[in-house]
Write a protein that binds this ligand. Structure first.
Ligand code: MN
Length: 590
């Protein structure tokens, strides 16, 4: 049996790691059933008793029992918690055509790997020995368990710094980067209750076929105007990224959009105020609340009258649709209107949910489940979805503002960074753009190639992140994509240079269905003030509650008519499933 450290913090960490491995192995060979869970509970008790005996050999049995029971209760709770978090993984979104179990398996492997990396070499060997003990505990070794164990061992040996392509010495801090300060969360009260800007489009879809057709026609027109404006910006910026290696090479240039990459150098002497929103997922009250809290419209007016004032910019990190109730008609409509109203000030970036696939003349969602399209597919003309697909394809993927980078998810895979990125124009590569819609940061220093290759949603490590930032000359990356319950998370390095922002959620937010897992999120936005090369990042709480109110939000003034567009029950199959059924000829296409 494993020997525990005499340092109580390390021992606690060891115990947590073991419980995680027990849980992971429980899921690896299929269902984690009651018998297996009982086995885990008994195993935890044995470990704690052994530890208590070793730690207090002279204590009387009663005292020892008391202490043992207290710790057993504690670690059983830890076990419940870990079990719940693994179960939650099955609800996480995967790319079209991907297997959820395969995704969870990769996630478990990643987490096991992260835990291993947190231990020193000696303890790593101890832990691997414990894993062996676990695998053989029930007398038989399941092939999946054996495979998992072998893969883990391979990952550990490949993470040897001698084998990896970069080490801490390869990374140096650039001297002329932004100094970044991150403030504690702030509370912002909106100055205004509403703004005329919103009045025109806070409308539910109608159940009446004629009425919904005219609503669809208006949406089509809006998309065409939106695409026209993007095209105009794109024409002006075409080719300007070519041959440039670092963001600093663009200093002194005017802002432009080249393909799917915005480049916005900071003009010397100017002050910028960036309002950044993470995933919105149909949470219209979050978007409206945040815009009014940031006082975006008034600040834009003020700056237009006097450009010595801070120049307001709005950066939207993507994932406008699905999950919440106001996808196309709430968030997406507003995002398009905002961009059309102020194209130099609004940056609508693409999320992985803004990804549709055409199959035999029909459009499907590219994530599972794709609520927005599944809900409306039988109520709207097909050309509307074709236009959404086109619009999604045209959305920009990333923004470089001074030396700060904004993208929906993260950085590409190592192997593709090496093969493809020779200058900034390479960032327009469709594969790289797709990868940057999906990846997630890991707490591990380095993620081996094998672990990166497995899923659309893949991890990257701290050293990989730092090397990528250094390659492009960037100081900080701001992204959404991950459901972070706190709404805001800063990680990596002294500068905390990777920020995750999640702007959908709210325990009692009626933008979300009652059972939504996003209710555990406290939705946050962030303001970045950029002045003389210093960036000050201030996260703040989004006041969605005020805008769940019919007096401030017309969506709440009436119920959706007839068959509610809010219930994803009309056609609840995912795109991938639909395709499979199409192949089998079992899907009624009418
Ligand atoms: Mn996402």
């Amino acid at each position: 049996m494993l020997t525990f450290s005499t340092n109580p913090d390390v021992a606690e960490q060891q115990m947590n790691a073991i419980i995680f491995y027990l849980t992971a192995f429980g899921y690896i060979d299929g269902e984690f059933d009651f018998t297996e869970k009982t086995f885990v509970r008994i195993y935890i008790r044995q470990l704690v008793s052994a530890r208590a005996k070793a730690a207090m050999p002279d204590a009387d049995p009663k005292t020892r029992d008391e202490v043992t029971n207290r710790f057993v209760t504690h670690f059983h709770e830890v076990f419940e918690h870990i079990d719940r978090s693994v179960k939650d993984l099955f609800d996480e979104v995967v790319a079209d055509g991907e297997d959820v179990e395969k995704y969870v398996y990769a996630k478990l492997k990643l987490k096991s790997y992260e835990i291993f990396q947190a231990f020193d070499t000696e303890n790593q060997h101890e832990l691997l020995a414990t894993v062996d003990e676990l695998i053989y505990a029930d007398g038989s070794v399941h092939p999946a368990e054996a495979r998992f164990r072998t893969e883990l061992e391979a990952l550990l040996s490949s993470s040897d710094p001698a084998v990896t392509s970069l080490g801490p010495d390869d990374i140096e801090v650039l001297p002329d980067q932004n100094r970044i300060a991150i403030e504690g969360p702030a509370a912002l009260r909106p100055r205004l209750e509403d703004h005329p800007f919103f009045a025109g489009f806070e409308q539910h879809y109608s159940a009446d076929p004629d009425r919904i057709r005219s609503q669809a026609a208006a949406d089509l027109q809006l998309m065409q105007r939106f695409l026209g404006k993007l095209e105009e910006q794109r024409r002006a910026g075409a080719g300007r990224l070519a041959g440039k290696q670092m963001v600093g090479d663009f200093a002194g240039q005017r802002a432009f959009l080249d393909g799917h990459v915005y480049m916005h150098p900071a003009e010397p002497g100017r002050i910028y105020e960036l309002t950044v929103l993470g995933d919105l997922h149909g949470c219209y009250s979050c978007l409206k609340g945040a815009l009014l809290q940031a006082d975006f419209f008034a600040k834009l007016e003020a700056w237009r009258l006097d450009n010595r004032k801070p120049e307001p910019k709005l950066i939207l990190l993507g994932d406008y649709i699905d999950r919440g109730r106001f996808s196309y008609n709430g968030v997406l409509r507003t995002v398009m209107q905002l961009y059309i109203a102020a194209p130099e000030h609004v940056f609508p970036l693409r999320g992985n949910h803004e990804y549709y696939i055409e199959y035999r003349g029909r459009i499907y969602g590219g994530v599972k489940p794709a609520e927005a399209i599944n809900t409306l597919v039988n109520h709207m003309p097909g050309e509307v979805f074709a236009e959404y697909m086109k619009m999604f394809e045209e959305l920009p993927n990333m923004l470089f503002f001074d030396d700060m980078m904004f993208v929906h998810a993260g950085i590409p895979r190592d192997v593709d960074i090496r093969a493809k990125i020779h200058d900034f124009s390479a960032l327009n590569d469709p594969d790289l753009r797709f990868q940057m819609l999906w990846s997630d940061p890991s707490t591990a220093d380095f993620i081996p190639e094998d672990l990166q290759a497995q899923n659309a949603r893949f991890p990257f490590g701290r050293l990989q992140f730092e090397a990528f930032m250094q390659k492009l000359g960037c100081s900080i990356l701001v992204r959404g994509h991950e459901k972070v319950d706190a709404g805001f998370r800063a990680m990596y390095g002294d500068q905390q240079s990777l920020i995750t922002l999640f702007s959908a959620g709210g325990a009692d937010n009626n933008d979300l269905p009652p059972e939504s897992s996003y209710r555990s999120v406290t939705p946050m936005a962030a303001t970045i003030r950029l002045e003389n090369g210093s960036a000050q990042v201030t996260p703040w709480l989004i006041d969605y509650e005020r805008f769940n109110d019919p007096r401030r939000n017309r969506f709440f003034a009436s119920r959706p008519r007839g068959r509610s567009a809010a219930q994803p029950t009309l056609c609840s199959i995912s795109g991938g499933e639909a395709k499979n059924r199409l192949r089998r000829g079992s899907l009624n296409r009418s």
